[in-house]
Design a protein around this ligand. Structure first.
Ligand code: SF4
Ligand code: SF4
Ligand code: FES
Length: 220
């Protein structure tokens, strides 16, 4: 057995155990996305980076321990690095949660909350299957333009999202959302009117209005 120290917490593991597995054994959470035990170990997402005592960053999911070793696993620096890596990953991901099969149980959405990365809409938490999205029934829901992170009753019960979390600020997501509102026959003025009830004093609301105006081809 070897002794692994993670942020000062010691745990004994078999030689060859990964830092991620050792952390799990010690009850320590390290964010991870791409690793699938015995299936994929390419260490590509870089969310699980930890730091050795020599200051080297290594992926916890792939780095195996063969001798007593110590790691920093949850410092402010590591949180910042993970956040940047996650933002990069998201920039390659088409966020259209309202029609995604994973919504309601999305690892990206939970990681974005955990890492404090903005840009995934409330739709990612919506329990309604895509075909039952309220918008398709003509009911105006702000879910597509509202930040996720809300466990409010209105969403968990499958009702409307009224925007209590504030607007998302990611431009590509807002653009897709406003296009969808238009495709479904909603008047963007009605969407903005509803949103303004909650967001009129929120700085991000100005950006949202600008994107809405551009999508509709006007300048307001
Ligand atoms: S629910 Fe998750 S996987 Fe689906 S589009 Fe949204 S963020 Fe992406
Ligand atoms: S009902 Fe609202 S929150 Fe749910 S998927 Fe549709 S727009 Fe998003
Ligand atoms: S979980 Fe993706 S690099 Fe470790």
């Amino acid at each position: 057995m070897v002794n692994v120290k993670l942020d000062g917490v010691e745990v004994e593991v078999e030689p060859g155990t990964t830092v991620l597995e050792a952390a799990k054994k010690a009850g320590i959470e390290i964010p991870h996305l791409c690793t699938l035990k015995d299936l994929y170990n390419g260490a590509s997402c870089r969310l699980c980076l930890v730091k050795t005592t020599r200051g080297k960053l290594v992926p916890a999911c792939a780095y195996q321990v063969y001798r007593d070793e110590e790691f920093t696993v949850n410092s402010l620096e590591l949180k910042r690095i993970r956040k940047v890596n996650f933002e990069l990953l998201l920039s390659f991901h088409k966020i259209e949660c309202w029609k995604c099969e994973r919504k309601g149980d999305c690892l990206l959405a939970s990681l974005s909350q955990e890492l404090g990365v903005e840009g995934i809409p409330v739709c990612s938490q919506c329990p309604l299957p895509p075909e039952e999205c309220l918008l398709t029934k003509g009911i105006l829901c702000l879910g597509m333009i509202t930040s996720s992170g809300c466990d409010a009753e209105c969403i968990t019960s499958g009702g409307q999202c009224w925007g209590c979390r504030g607007p998302i600020t990611r431009r590509d997501v807002l653009e897709r959302a406003f296009k969808r509102y238009e495709e479904l026959g909603f008047n963007i003025d009605d969407v903005l009117f509803r949103a303004e009830i909650f967001w009129n004093s929120v700085p991000a609301f100005e950006k949202l209005k600008k994107v809405a105006a551009e999508v509709r081809g006007g300048k307001k």
